[in-house]
Ligand binder design. Structure first.
Ligand SMILES: CC(C)=CCC/C(C)=C/CC/C(C)=C/COP(=O)(O)OP(=O)(O)O
Ligand SMILES: [Zn+2]
Length: 408
């Protein structure tokens, strides 16, 4: 009897190609595949630009429609992010804010009320209504409310309870766990410091030992890892550096090593960034890695160090984003061949903003209409929204509950 044969798996094919090309790892095969795909996009652009000199174009109108649609209705593909609903709000609102899109007051109020439902009676926000409070969801909710920028949105945040929640996740060594009995990593520190500084509830006692813990996460490569002894990654490097800056201690890490590590994460052919050594380019790292440059630039300049005006190749980054990360019907993505999603739309546009507005200079690739609004490299919220919120919360004064007797 005849037997039906299954197709070879992609892994088997890659292994074969790996043997044929005499390259060292499967990762190298994947790297050359991405380079091929990016080269093709860049080559196509070089032909199309002869007909339309305004290319590459940021598809602002398509991105706006995609984001506004997502704010009202998300496809079933987002089911796995059901416990990250404040993130969905933040990513969409921030991306719209970068595109300069104003949202109707009614819609702003509806989003603020929804985020209010995600707030826990114990303080902090959970991933959805009724969920336990979590630092990442809290950060996303506060960033979303600050981006909304209305008094209704600000007043959703129960600052006394938020401070209680921060104390409940603080560890004796100054680190923070993501939720009660949850994992401890550098995201926790960053999320706690970001929300505490934005809402004016940061105190010396809350962050005792914190900067030493962050510094202990800087690795031999120069980047930061999630916790001491692990691998450096752009997401964690962003958290570490931004958290140190919130504490006014940015100069206490090895900035030259961090700069060297970050610069080397920009891919030579692709122009975008990888998250860690020997991994693939991804549009979202345009922000996670890119935000380090304005931050390091400011810290080095404050120390009187001579700094080059161009710490990274802003043009190549914009080229990667505009040529390889845009979905023709709106939304942005990781790399050619991937699906669009709102996480990548938000962080890739944030990276585009960093590349365009480096140190008060504006460098726009393509037509000037490609310009997006500035983002604050510490909070990843528009700087005008950060200032307005900080002023509002500083006028409210210090919260009632300064410390937690259960915590050391
Ligand atoms: C504020 C906050 C919550 C920040 C989060 C920062 C962030 C993006 C962390 C990423 C952590 C990580 C190890 C990803 C690796 O994913 P992977 O192996 O799929 O990707 P890679 O191959 O690109 O490293
Ligand atoms: Zn990504």
């Amino acid at each position: 009897m005849a037997k039906t044969l299954p197709l070879r798996t992609i892994e088997e094919i890659k292994k074969q190609r790996f043997k044929d090309e005499g390259v060292v790892t499967i990762t190298s095969v994947e790297q050359s595949e991405v380079e091929e795909a990016v080269y093709k996009k860049l080559y196509d652009l070089s032909l199309r630009i002869k007909v339309n000199p305004n290319l590459p174009e940021l598809l602002q109108e398509s991105h706006k429609c995609y984001l506004l649609d997502c704010l009202i209705y998300l496809s079933s593909g987002y089911q796995s992010l059901d416990a990250s609903r404040p993130w969905l709000c933040y990513w969409i609102l921030h991306a719209l804010a970068l595109l300069g899109i104003k949202i109707e007051e009614k819609l702003k109020s509806a989003v603020a009320k929804f985020l209010g439902k995600c707030q826990s009676p114990d303080g902090g926000f959970g991933g959805g209504p009724g969920h336990l409070p979590h630092l990442a969801a809290t950060y996303a909710a506060v960033n979303a409310l600050v981006t909304l920028g209305t008094e209704e949105a600000y007043n959703i945040i129960n600052r006394d309870k938020l401070l209680q929640f921060l104390w409940s996740v603080r560890q004796p060594d100054g680190s923070f766990c993501m939720h009660r009995d949850g994992e401890i990593d550098i995201r926790g520190v960053y999320c706690a410091l970001a929300v505490a500084s934005l809402t004016n509830i940061l105190s010396e006692e809350l962050v005792r030992g914190t900067f030493q813990w962050i510094v202990s996460c800087q690795t031999y490569e120069g980047g930061f890892s999630g916790c001491p002894g692990m691998e450096a990654h752009g997401g964690y490097a962003f958290c570490g550096l931004s958290a140190l800056i919130i504490l006014g201690k940015g100069h206490l890490c090895d900035l030259q090593a961090l700069l060297r590590w970050t610069v080397n994460r920009q891919m030579r052919l692709e122009g975008g960034f990888q998250g860690r050594t020997n991994k693939l380019v991804d549009g979202c790292y345009s922000f996670w890695q890119g935000a380090a440059f304005p931050l390091i630039y400011t810290l080095l300049a404050e120390d009187g160090t001579q700094v080059k005006d161009h710490l990274f190749d802003e043009r190549a980054l914009q080229e990667y984003i505009l040529t390889c990360c845009q979905h023709p019907h709106g939304g942005l993505l990781d790399k050619p061949g991937k699906h669009r999603d709102i996480y990548h739309t938000s962080y890739t546009l944030s990276g585009l903003s960093v590349a365009q507005h480096f140190m008060n200079d504006v460098h726009i690739l393509g037509d000037e209409e490609n310009e997006v609004e500035c983002t604050h490299p510490v909070y990843n919220i528009r700087p005008d929204h950060v200032r307005k919120a900080m002023l509002y919360f500083s006028n409210l004064g210090a919260p009632n509950n300064h410390s937690n007797s259960n915590s050391t």
